[in-house]
Design a protein around this ligand. Structure first.
Ligand code: ADP
Ligand code: MG
Length: 281
């Protein structure tokens, strides 16, 4: 049974499952939770976010907090509203109601370019490179457009090379997106998002269509990005094994509502989640 009691370090009320992960630490170590509590830093806060398309409630009263540095998986059956939620966070769609706060600022209703400049980057489920530009130019466009954290290199070309190395994209100067296979197209999509130097990165099915070996390689890339850049990530993915291995927390959407959230080990045993995917007997 999940019980609630106060964490001895933070004195916040936590479920026993959360205590296991967030508050147990060796002497002298600062726990994951207390680090965040001491910073008091919720990076993204959604409050009662709702989106109607005509009579269809694609997103209904979603309230969610993502803390700085967290790696959150967002899952749910097809049509449950995952991409719509990303579109709302990034300003592609306006919510019918509800508020979105990013780094303490209300960004509800901001246009996509302003949200990108605030530090939220994203990939699209179907890669969307500029087909008329070379691969390198595509990434440079992201660098010149984005105004997230300060670039590592002042020179956009050097910066593009650094991003390509990070995602494992090896191409000629003149290679165009049309010449790329699916994994390199996904690497480019990721590189374009990273090029804007986001503080929060939204990944929409970046592993879709990849082989097992490619999925393993893509997992290493995501780990590398977190280690090197320490970016906060929300990741939508159907490749459940890869997602459950990498993320710290999972949020499950069903019919546009949050069905459950918790640690991967916790939600994968949750009967409601199993039924949402497999249906009731
Ligand atoms: P998911 O990404 O979880 O598969 P989506 O967010 O794409 O789901 O879609 C959620 C629901 O909203 C679906 O029923 C879909 O048909 C509907 N929907 C998404 N975008 C639009 C749109 N632009 N206009 C009308 N309906 C939409
Ligand atoms: Mg989708």
């Amino acid at each position: 049974m999940i019980q609630s009691f106060p964490c001895p370090k933070t004195h916040l009320w936590q479920s026993s499952l959360k205590l296991d992960r967030e508050c147990q630490c060796r002497p002298g170590e600062v726990s994951f939770l207390s680090r965040h509590v001491s910073m008091g830093y919720s990076m993204l806060e959604l409050t009662g976010v709702t989106k109607y398309f005509g009579g269809l409630g694609a997103i209904r009263h979603v309230s969610l907090t993502v803390r700085e540095g967290e790696f959150t998986g967002l899952i749910g059956p097809n049509g449950s509203g995952k991409t719509t939620l990303f579109n709302i966070i990034t300003g592609v769609l306006k919510p019918s109601s509800g508020r979105i706060k990013f780094m303490g600022k209300d960004i509800t209703g901001f246009l996509p370019d302003r949200i990108c400049h605030s530090g939220i980057g994203r990939t699209f489920q179907v890669p969307r490179p500029f087909r008329g530009l070379s691969v390198v130019e595509n990434i440079k466009a992201g660098i010149l457009f984005g105004k997230g954290a300060a670039p590592v290199n002042e020179d956009p070309h050097q910066e593009a090379c650094a991003v390509m190395e990070l995602v494992g994209l090896k191409v000629q100067e003149t290679t165009t997106p049309n010449e790329l296979n699916i994994i390199d197209l996904r690497r480019l999509e990721l590189a374009r998002a990273l090029a804007t130097r986001p503080k929060l990165l939204l990944l929409d099915e970046v592993m879709s269509g990849l082989t097992q070996a490619e999925i393993a390689e893509a997992s290493r890339v995501l780990n590398r990005i977190r280690k090197k850049w320490g970016i906060t990530i929300i990741w939508v993915e159907h490749i459940m094994g890869a997602l459950m291995n990498l993320v710290e927390r999972v949020v499950i959407l069903q019919f546009g509502e949050v069905l459950a959230e918790g640690m991967p080990s916790e939600v994968s045993r949750d009967q409601r989640v199993i039924e949402a995917y497999l249906g009731k007997e």
